[in-house]
Design a protein. Structure first.
Length: 321
């Protein structure tokens, strides 16, 4: 159904809350672990492990996304991805999503359709669905997603377990979304791969549970930037973390884009968030699991350094700064 159809010309106020909810959930398949899905006062999910991992992210229009840079479908995928990566960072597998949507009464219903289609597409990459949520009137389009997960009998991998002597490793892309943001900010729409990384991240969902099974001592989602989020690990674990520049991959494509923009590709890799990569620490006496690559070591002390020196400049994203 295209945006010129009579239904797509409708606004959310004309459709009404329950009509919108029906459009979001109608015809969608839930995971086997969803015992009661949308349509009741609350959903009921199976929790085989006996523990539930829960996380929430809020995305606000013109702060976390812009429709002149991304389609509603891409924004829907991103809203889900940033939450599912947090579940993976605990070493868990996702089980379900709750979505809250605040929007103006005159928002076209086709925008909600495209947002929800993107959410469902990303959710079904890990075999889950939207099990419930809420829709309210708001001056600014706001998307709140809560993701739930299961530890499958493993201990949660927190930020507080890194030990001196551990290996620091990452899984997933670093710097691509930051490069895409820089490109979009200059008014360009290519290279497509770089811009696409900003519009829709590709978190390594399977790498989190693999790291947990391999004995990871700590883990974090690098949504605020590698240095900033490893700083959280160092603080929580009361250790020092040193990143070795020779182990840090700076893709040639990012180097080319940085050269064209007069920027520093390594800065994007070290400080750019939104790729939703994972960083973890592992005991030094065992091989890294598939998809993980070493970038540094843990030592006695505090803080994060690059080749033993404090990094000069901004280390990552901070709200309200």
């Amino acid at each position: 159904m295209g945006p010129d159809s009579s239904q797509d010309a409708q606004t959310v106020s004309q459709m009404g809350e329950f009509g919108l909810i029906d459009r979001v959930i109608s015809g969608r398949e839930q995971s086997p672990g969803t015992l009661i899905g949308p349509g009741d006062d609350a959903a009921v999910l199976a929790a085989p492990d006996g523990r539930v991992v829960a996380t929430t992210d809020v995305l606000v229009e013109n702060v976390h996304f812009r429709f002149d840079w991304s389609t509603p479908h891409q924004v829907g995928r991103k809203a889900v991805a940033v939450n599912l990566s947090d579940i993976a960072a605990m070493g868990a597998v996702p089980t379900g999503l709750l979505v809250g949507l605040g929007c103006s009464p005159d928002l076209p219903t086709h925008v909600v359709d495209e947002l929800s289609a993107g959410m469902w597409e990303e959710a079904q990459q890990v075999g889950i669905g939207l099990v419930g949520g809420d829709m309210v009137s708001a001056a600014t389009l706001t998307i709140s997603v809560t993701a739930l997960g299961d530890l499958q009998g493993r201990a949660p991998v927190t930020r507080a377990g890194a030990r001196p002597g551990d290996v620091v490793a990452v899984a997933g892309r670093l710097g691509w979304a930051a490069a895409g943001l820089a490109v979009l900010g200059r008014g360009f729409r290519s290279p497509v791969a770089v811009v696409g990384a900003q519009r829709v991240p590709e978190p390594p969902y399977a790498a989190g549970p693999l790291a947990a099974a391999a004995g990871a001592t700590s883990m974090v989602d690098t949504s605020d930037g590698l240095l900033a989020d490893l700083g959280h690990v160092a603080d929580a674990s009361k250790v020092a973390i040193d990143i070795r520049a020779e182990l840090l991959e700076v893709p040639q494509r990012l180097t080319e884009v940085a050269s064209a923009l007069g920027a520093d590709a390594r800065h994007w890799v070290l400080t750019g968030g939104e790729d939703q990569a994972l960083a973890a620490t592992f005991p030094p006496d065992r091989p890294l699991p598939e998809g993980w690559r070493q970038i540094g070591e843990v030592a006695e002390g505090s803080g994060v350094t690059l080749d033993g020196a404090v990094y000069e400049g901004t280390t990552g994203w901070e709200h309200w700064r």
